[in-house]
Design a protein around this ligand. Sequence first.
Ligand code: NAD
Ligand code: MG
Length: 403
Amino acid sequence: MTESLTILGSTGSIGTSTLDVVARHPDRYRVHALTGHTRIAELAEQCRAFRPARAVVATASDAASLERMLGSGHPVAIDHGPEALCGVAREADVVMAAIVGAAGLPAAMAAASAGRRVLLANKEALVMAGALFMDAIDANGATLLPIDSEHNAIFQCLPAAIGASRSPVAADRRVSRILLTASGGPFRTMAVERMDEVTPEAACAHPNWSMGRKISVDSATMMNKGLEVIEARWLFGVESDRIEVVIHPQSVIHSMVEYVDGSVLAQMGNPDMRTPIAHALAYPERIASGVRPLDLAAIGRLDFERPDLARFPCLGLAYHALRVGGSAPAVLNAANEIAVGAFLEGRIRFTGIASIVSDVLDAIDAPAAHRLEDVLAIDTQARARAVDVLRAQVARPRRVAVR
Ligand code: NAD
Ligand code: MG
């Protein structure tokens, strides 16, 4: 049976990897909709290759550009704006949620509310609205499969009954801990004093993974791992004191599950997102992904270390936000998006990212949100505060204390 597929954010790193896997299995998947925010020429190329029924871009003028690029007689219905994104998220059997940041939340939520099979790469959606998102999945009979390599690994290592039904790990007597691996990013061994001088180009040059710029910077600050701790908390129903981060520079073990008898199950593979994408697309079956086989002898050794919270204060800030609860993770995420954007534009130093997030977390007391609109309002409030803090810190940079 052919399944219809919407890819939200098809022009990004996850989006193009998804199309790479899909192209290997034309008998299984029919592309229903593709969406892109910039790179309209790439989106046009994807539309020519995969002939979706619909494409969504950001603005009317982008829509006109895409229309022009595709020329006359093409079969694609082109639309624009956030509501159109939600529309295509509701329509397909399978929805790959691969928009980066808070911008992806409404469409991911629309897919969940429509009872779709949701392949979630957009971790920020769960960080911002974890309880609401999981409720929407449960209440509408949707299926949620994690794309983030660590969470996909954990899903594969959990007892099948937990993974598939998503009954919480917290209530399970067999599992003791989740061990989330982290590469440590490009600055794992850099002297802390030199981190002030880090450039956006250096921060985006990840040693093991090729990714979009925002998640690359998040990996360099280890905020990415912090967001992933929060993501794991909601995906697997496990409290933060049972989620441990382990630095593993080779990125061969993608994460582990520890059982009460001392067994630790790990999922391994080359660091290539096509593996978790193929896993989630085909689950519970398995399909080829194009990823080359793992050559352990060539890798030679696997190393592990504890994370250094003085070097990576963002990781501590994420645990702090999770402990505070309510909408603190949404505040953390919003402040981080503003700070990372400012760093990529060359307006603040690398170390300024953590101090902006820390100040915004301290400034905003955000209660739990019970509706999507409330989450989006907190996001807006935290962004406004982050812009104020950013202006002040451009004038007076400082380093953040460990939490
Ligand atoms: P990317 O920057 O390469 O791509 C982002 C996609 O989102 C693009 O298609 C872009 O056009 C679209 N987009 C950006 N802003 C938008 C907006 N305001 N409205 C609508 N669409 C918008 O990012 P990526 O690396 O593919 O990451 C996507 C998501 O997947 C992120 O949440 C990231 O954390 C997660 N993720 C990525 C990887 C990876 O290897 N790249 C791994 C794990 C998780
Ligand atoms: Mg990850």
